[in-house]
Design a protein around this ligand. Structure first.
Ligand SMILES: [Mg+2]
Length: 421
């Protein structure tokens, strides 16, 4: 690119950023930041899906959402009879009309080899970007996972390897715990129970009081509890454990820095969502003040937000959620932006159902995977077998299936119980 092209591109990048975070970017003419934005923009433009693996078109003929009670699956079929299945995130029940009316019509008749472009352009279709966030992300990811399953079966590759090189044949996991509404001793005991369920060597605790279950608008939480819990957990599990803490955006910058110093003292490995996820200036303020890495991104729904935090060095670990953020391809672009600046990706894992399976496929192809990844148990309503992995936690790790597509064989009777919507 010539210099002039570069400058005009950087200016455009600056404007886009100003739209994402006006107070932060206004007047920022730092050439170093401009060049960082330029680097990230080039990554965002790179296709992720490995189209070259497919020599002939794979035209999407049918795309169905099927339901049985509270269980939803997606089935895609090509004109040539190839088939892919995905299991939807539990929250799709709220989003069925978006799947059926805002997304499905765009996919029918497309050549699935153009998946990068399809995923990008579906945001423009019917101004779908107005629904950006979980509303669009969950049904879109559900469709993408079914297509990746189909394409993986055609190519004879696991779904992860359609978007990246294999980096991790096993995925280290941490025990993700909740219980923040409980008093200290009960909270501590529940952590112990959760940790005992699998063979873990890493743990994430919830700090602060962003309690999703409270309807009491005067609820003041449990002041001082986190300050006691942080050392208790370290003392109990010892130096050999990796510990993480997540406040789900509970703190303001000043109190996040204060509790972050305690996390540093007790050698926690990162602080997740110290302040509200979209408050970039505060996230950067916390990150600048602490040596402890700051992680963020599970609620984020915009490339621009991640891009701003990475370019401005306001984050160390990106955590897109494969469902919420609209699938592997979009999440991989975030991971690759982070990778370009030496930052790690530990995707947020949601979804019950088969969330953990999709998560380990994704992590298997991350060049910058964190050491441990979110894990919330193996419980699922889905009936399946997996010939290439026991899908168990052994010494803190799960082996990634190596079979094609999603790598599992879902029981046909289970699928047949589901009826198209
Ligand atoms: Mg979290």
């Amino acid at each position: 690119m010539d210099r002039r092209g570069f400058i005009s591109k950087s200016a455009a990048a600056g404007m886009a950023s100003a739209m994402a975070a006006p107070a932060a970017f206004a007047g920022n003419e730092d050439p170093d930041i401009r060049s960082r934005f330029g680097k990230l923009d080039r990554i965002l433009k790179q296709p992720v899906f490995r189209k070259h693996l497919f020599s002939s078109p794979v035209i999407i003929d049918t795309l169905d959402l099927l339901v049985s009670g509270s269980s939803y699956i997606c089935r895609v079929r090509s004109k040539d009879g190839a088939e892919g299945i995905s299991v939807a995130h539990n929250d799709i029940s709220f989003l069925v009309p978006i799947f059926l009316r805002k997304l499905k019509p765009f996919f029918l008749g497309q050549d699935a080899r153009e998946l990068d472009l399809i995923i990008e352009k579906v945001y423009n279709f019917q101004f779908n970007f107005r629904y950006n966030g979980i509303a669009l992300g969950i049904p879109l990811a559900t469709i993408e996972f079914a297509i990746l399953d189909m394409m993986g079966r055609i190519a004879g590759l696991p779904m992860g390897q359609l978007i990246g090189d294999l980096h991790n044949t096993e995925v280290g996991v941490y025990c993700a715990t909740e219980f923040r509404e409980l008093p200290l001793e009960e909270h501590f005991a529940k952590i112990d129970e959760a940790v005992a369920e699998y063979d873990f060597k890493a743990l994430k605790i919830k700090i602060g009081y962003m309690f999703a279950g409270s309807r009491n608008i005067h609820d003041k939480g449990l002041p001082g509890k986190s300050e006691k819990l942080i050392p208790m957990v370290r003392n109990k599990y010892g130096e050999g454990w990796s510990l993480y803490a997540d406040s789900n955006g509970y703190y303001d910058a000043e109190s996040a820095i204060k509790i972050g110093r305690l996390l540093e003292e007790y050698k926690y490995s990162y602080f997740e969502e110290p302040v509200m996820f979209d408050n970039f200036l505060e996230i950067k303020k916390v990150s600048d003040a602490l040596t402890l890495p700051v992680a963020n991104g599970e609620q984020d729904n915009s490339f621009y937000n991640f891009r701003w935090l990475i370019a401005n060095d306001g984050i160390e670990i990106v955590q897109p959620d494969n469902y919420y953020f609209g699938g592997f391809i979009r999440s991989m672009k975030v991971a690759l932006m982070a990778h370009a600046f030496g930052k790690a990706c530990t995707p947020h894992m949601s979804g019950g159902a088969l969330g953990y399976l999709y998560n380990i496929h994704f992590v298997s192809v991350l060049p910058n995977a964190g050491q441990h990844h979110e894990f919330k148990g193996l419980g699922t309503q889905v009936q399946f077998s997996c010939p290439t992995s026991p899908l168990k936690v052994n010494a803190g790790k799960i082996k990634v299936p190596t079979g094609p597509g999603n790598g599992i064989d879902i029981d046909p009777d289970f699928i047949n119980r589901h009826k198209p919507l």
